[in-house]
Design a protein around this ligand. Sequence first.
Ligand code: HEC
Ligand code: HEC
Ligand code: HEC
Length: 401
Amino acid sequence: MPDLRLSDAEAANVTAYLMTLKSDQKYPEQKTSPGERQKLAAQGKELIAKYGCFGCHNIKGFENAQKIGTELTEHGRKGVELLDFGDVQYFTEDPRHHQTYANWVWEKLHVPRVFAYERVETRMPQFDFTDEESLALLTFLKGQTGETPPPEYRTGMNEVQAAVYKGERLVFWNGCRNCHVVEKRGGKIRDQFNDENQSFAPPILTAEGWKVQPHWLFGFLKGPTPLRPWLTVRMPTFHFTDADATDIVHYFAAASNKSFPYLTAEAPQPEGERLRQTEALFKELQCVNCHVVGQLRPNQDPASAAPNFLLAKERLRPDWIPVWLKNPQALMDGTRMPSFWDFSDEAHPVSPSKLFDGDSKAQIEALRDYLMHLESPKSVPPPKTAATPRPPRRPAKSKRG
Ligand code: HEC
Ligand code: HEC
Ligand code: HEC
């Protein structure tokens, strides 16, 4: 269960809501004598042994008990004559009803007790598998032959594939895809947000490894901080170990084919005339109508705000920013971030501004460089004759891993 960092008041509200979820079902009162209860408990213990509950649960007294299930390691090579069809007869000509390995397993998975008869008891639990799940299991079992294919037919796992594999498991086990679309899959929760308010859904994480710097991502996974002030749904704290957080960061980088773990987040610092034009463009396009620089402006509604630009140099990969600016909708379905440029004709893009001679690419690169060097407005400009020592300035080029 992830930690949603609920305040006491929020936890109390959730509790109050849960307490309203009651059913009127009455349970019969048990009137048994202590002697009868002892007898029932002994019978229960026998049932635990019979049904092998300890295969899944830790139960005191059954630490060393033998598993009750059939060995499945080489199940795929089991001949049909070894499968007990019991009283189940197949009368029709339909090949789906012939006595085959596949039909037996299929029935067994759907109706686990179907092959039981007087002398043979079956104890496999009913898992209510869907047809899709049964097919997956059947295919897996058929492959359990106890043989390993010769090396030339096996997929080697290089470092990147291993990272994707480990990360994919962590993403699965922690339910990231309930909230996020991760590498094109998941995002169940998005169904709750209709077309107009898709931007209130958790962000899409496809190509996240391209968007953000590994160093930032690691920190965010260890201790999530709000990026989008308009969201009410929350990124949980998973209390990842350093190793797991590293695996997830590596996973995202690998899935986007990006360097890991170090990168030089370099962008030339706009200077002189270029800086002047960039600042003019930044004003003209009114990016800060939505975007926060440091903190919300007085009276700015958090619901209409956009991420803090001061995070860009720590957080974003410089090569991602132009792709985002060219077509935000393509990366984040339903985002409120407007498309300022029209690149539908890549050779002749339409620009919203005459600055930089109306050159869309030059404008976008200038804004990227500007954001990658943006400083907190308060620290600029420091008075020349300051009596107090100046705070250390950031180096012009930020190199980090
Ligand atoms: C295939 C694995 C499996 C087997 C076999 C199994 N259980 Fe469970 N059981 C679970 C899982 C997983 C849960 C956790 C809740 C859930 O998913 O339903 C659970 C939950 C329970 C719970 C509720 C515990 C709680 O407080 O939430 C009880 C009681 C229980 N099992 C009893 C048994 C008994 C008795 C048997 C044997 C007759 C048994 N189980 C066999 C997997 C199994
Ligand atoms: C309960 C829903 C929920 C779950 C589960 C969840 N997240 Fe999030 N996550 C969010 C929300 C909401 C945000 C946006 C936070 C913000 O912008 O303020 C977010 C943001 C993120 C971001 C930053 C996205 C960006 O803009 O760069 C990353 C990375 C992330 N989540 C990864 C994960 C991973 C990995 C998991 C699983 C281990 C996970 N999340 C599970 C809700 C969730
Ligand atoms: C109408 C409001 C609005 C305007 C105007 C706007 N943006 Fe955005 N922008 C957003 C929103 C909303 C997001 C967050 C999308 C998401 O959920 O990831 C965003 C995201 C971004 C990001 C990614 C930030 C991050 O940390 O994830 C960059 C970079 C960005 N915008 C640049 C710009 C630039 C440059 C301009 C001006 C040319 C601009 N935006 C104008 C709404 C706006």
